[in-house]
Design a protein around this ligand. Sequence first.
Ligand code: ARG
Length: 461
Amino acid sequence: MAQLWGGRFTKETDKLVYQFNASISFDQRFFHQDIEGSIAHVVMLEKQGILTEQEKDDIVKGLTGIREDVDNGVLQITEEYEDIHSFVEANLINRIGEAGKKLHTGRSRNDQVALDMRLYTRQEIVHTEELLKELLNTLLAMMEEHIDTYMPGFTHLQKAQPVTLAHHLGAYFEMFKRDLLRMQDIYKRMNFCPLGAGALAGTTYPLDRGYTASLLGFEGPTLNSMDSVSDRDYLIEYLAVAATIMMHLSRFSEEIIIWNSNEYRFVEIDDAYSTGSSIMPQKKNPDIAELVRGKTGRVYGALMSLLTTMKGIPLAYNKDMQEDKELTFDAIDTVKGCLALFEGMLKTMKFRKDVMAKSAMNGFTNATDAADYLVNRGVPFRDAHSIIGKLVLYCIDKGCSIDELSLDELKNICPVFEQDVYDAISLKTCVEKRLTVGAPGQESMRKVIGLNKSFLGKLSI
Ligand code: ARG
């Protein structure tokens, strides 16, 4: 058991207590960030005359040596240390002797861990943004390809009005675009450096916190030392956005599962992204989509868990906060994994255009357009609605669609109908006449695709 704080104690820590308290099994994840933060700290200490140049050089050399040895597998991070900070410091002292004992000057593990977690999360925000961008690129390419792939649009999971696949995918494009913007927003708000906050009340050393912040690529130092060591808002924000991404992925997965079902047959998920059954030889199951849908619960759980952990903690640091790590790491892995897999599944999926178009033609998806036809010929909308309602009933009885009725049959129900009604309620017209901003008509879709293309082009990730 290697601890940094033995001096005041006369008894060994109980073994179970030690294990309960230790965090090295999971905080080794930000080993690189811990080294990076320590290097910036000692460079600043030397600039401020708190360390000599020799001491700084020895420490930096020691730290980079430790990093190299761990990366090359020469040095193992083992559980005999309480946390990653203890591991690094103990190894540094081992390696360079007395100078190593000066590393922790003007620093506490409280601001150190606040820094490490922030550096780690900051990098993961960027990774999540990259994956979102990839998904958006894929969606946009598919939208261009399927600008005239007709399909039914649903409300209440009942056929409503015809749309295009481009339009349906475009809805998800907007959702993931907002998620990406949310991520960028969190980054801006969290990109301040807590190092130098000490345990809670700053330090008496003349630290240059702005300098450390700039060395580590932060916008500047955080402005209240108590807040600096006890703020986990940015993690809650990350988890909230991660939960929203998962919610979007889950809705999309649900649709793909429905579309892939024997009843719908709109899509076929690629063999590489499906699994079979151990008993039923005919089966090809959409497990990936189901797992993405299922894993959404884990990420929601992480958000709820951290919110609950934080709700009763008095200022400033309390050990409860160590609980922020495992759940955040798990959520990061989950959301990143799901984004990558989902994108792969989407890219390789086959769309059965004929089945989709046929489905769009059934189910009276042109009923609104038939009513609009009458309105354009002077019938008040409410009356038109009721006339088409009757027409639909008649068709259900006959087992056909509106456009399969003869002109005589149509005129029988309403004499306003003329030959041009067939064109007015054809699938193509129903879609292509919808040209308001955000509607599925090709012309309007092309504008939106153009706008989104330039959005993606301007992204700096
Ligand atoms: N492992 C701790 C954490 O994750 C590091 C900070 C320890 N600070 C302390 N005062 N015990 O929060």
